[in-house]
Design a protein around this ligand. Sequence first.
Ligand code: PRX
Length: 656
Amino acid sequence: MSEAKIEAWLEEDREFAPSEAFSAQANAQPSIYDEAAKDPVAWWREQANRVTWDVAPTSTLEWELPNAKWFADGMLNASVSCVDVHVREGRGDRVAFNWVADAEGESRVITYHELYREVCRTANALIELGVKKGDRIAVYMPMIPEAVFAMLAIVRLGAIHSVVFGGFSADALASRILDSDCRFVVTADGAFRRGAATPLKPAVDEALKSCPDVSAVLVVKRTDGAVDWVEGRDHWWHDIVERQSASHEPESFPAETPLFIMYTSGTTAKPKGIFHTTGGYLTQAATTYYYVFDVKPETDVCWTAADIGWITGHSYIVYGPLINGVTQIMYEGLPDSGGRDRWWKIISHYKATILYTAPTTIRTLMKWGHQIPEGYDLSSLRLLGTVGEPINPEAWMWYRKNIGGSRCPIVDTWWQTETGAILCSPLPGITATKPGAAMRALPGISVAVVDDAGNEVGNNSGGYLVVTAPWPSMTRGIWGDPDRFMSTYWARFPGKYFAGDGAKLDAEGDLWLLGRVDDVMNISGHRLSTTEVEHALVGHHAVAEAAVVGASDDTTGQAIVAFVTLKLSADDADKDQAALIEELRAHVASVISPIAKPRQIILTPELPKTRSGKIMRRLLRDVAENRSLGDVTTLTDPTVVNMIAGLMDTSATAED
Ligand code: PRX
């Protein structure tokens, strides 16, 4: 959102105070901020009691920048906190997941007791396949319950999952498998999207051609499609998991045992393997879920409408909700699988109470019209959340009125793959919310907005968001690359964690996020680096050079615009430009993922460069967003940008 828009909004001075009825019942009471601020580390130690420990920690924080250890002498098993404890304490009959398939009418109910049995069976199957403590295992799955069984079974054995979003290409999967040396893959033959079966296993087969060390692939049969099979390497889930014993004695691991790796885009072409460890991560995932979503495990029906392949799925479908023992909805399909009213059908059928989704989805639902949700009884909802990108006030207001019936508090939660759990958000029942603002840091968390020199800015000023004290679920690093960890996050402002986001404090000191300040783009809440897309483009034989920028987009937040110069070969000379552009878009989709497809590709004879030869992306961003051009005097040839702006005006914008 632009600063001008925020200003305009603030002038309207709109603020929504919590209702007294909500406040009276809220998990978080106003004293929580002071209690945590008195001694944040001690406060987090208290919160760690939400997790089930075999040996309770006596140590709290050991901090030697950038390396943190939380609760290091504690011993636990992550899957016990999520599953066993509920069965042991008599909550086994509670529904853990109402799983809803892409196809209407297909669903599954999984109680905590069944979840326990499935996790144990899967763990026993993984042992049979040779999985040992510390092994890395890639999980490349659709949104089916087996994805959760696999994740929990992996961590039950002290192994480390690396979930790769099912929309990623074979190349992207291979590079992630190789980077963390995964020896096993859990996948499915295919997935359903809007009623159609799409294959998944061929991408695994393709990826594994360059990953010779993968010894076993466990495959869930989800569709009727035929699959290629490598004898000895590939194993059907139903052959090997279903015959296992439904109990498994969990081992205890030290709190700092790695739990998972999640790859995310940085500013270079190579994604970073952000890794998290057990005790601190679980503590903060559980605590934030409890307070920010105000969950009442006996009565709530919670729906985090995210994919398991992203950090939101890890922290707020798997670990946070399961530790709290809540009942959830897990949905396989798209918002319009079976019709544009699908979400509202699901919410009214299951009487969902809490909905957590991304601004880009809210904007899509908004485009489809308020008449659609109006046809359904959404009165069960009592709290709404958003995550992934700044939410524009219009979408916030639409969400509040049309989905939340003007009665549900909205929590705009700011966090990252690296932070592991929410760091900034209103607390429902306490914070008066402003549409589009993440408001303030949670209890136990210290953030600041600083200027270029690292000094804190005052109210009514903007700068960079930094975190000024360690927190339990902070990433413990980039897998195999401690130097990059230090230089990316800890070098820009000494002593502080640099998040890469611009932020602003309003007149009352409340926090507004302004989007990334680096070369990371945020497309429909998915992180992609400009360099990653540029590399994919340059990998095409017709491309000489490419410059990629993220331009504002009404639905997806940002969209990819690529400026490309060609080295035309004889083959391509005959192609018309539109065909070549389509070929380049398809090429990017196959190298990275369909989410990385540029919205627009501008073929240009030249790119604007400084005299030292650097491409001026800032100017290209101005061109892509149709803004007046900034300073062009440092360019070798200032006329190039005007020429590109002319090309931009006449170029087509892709719809998909
Ligand atoms: O730019 C911020 C944006 O998403 C980035 C983190 O992306 P990722 O690691 O993929 O995690 C997304 C889900 C937690 C941040 O650097 N972001 C996330 N939430 C918000 C946000 N921007 C503004 N407001 C938010 N609530």
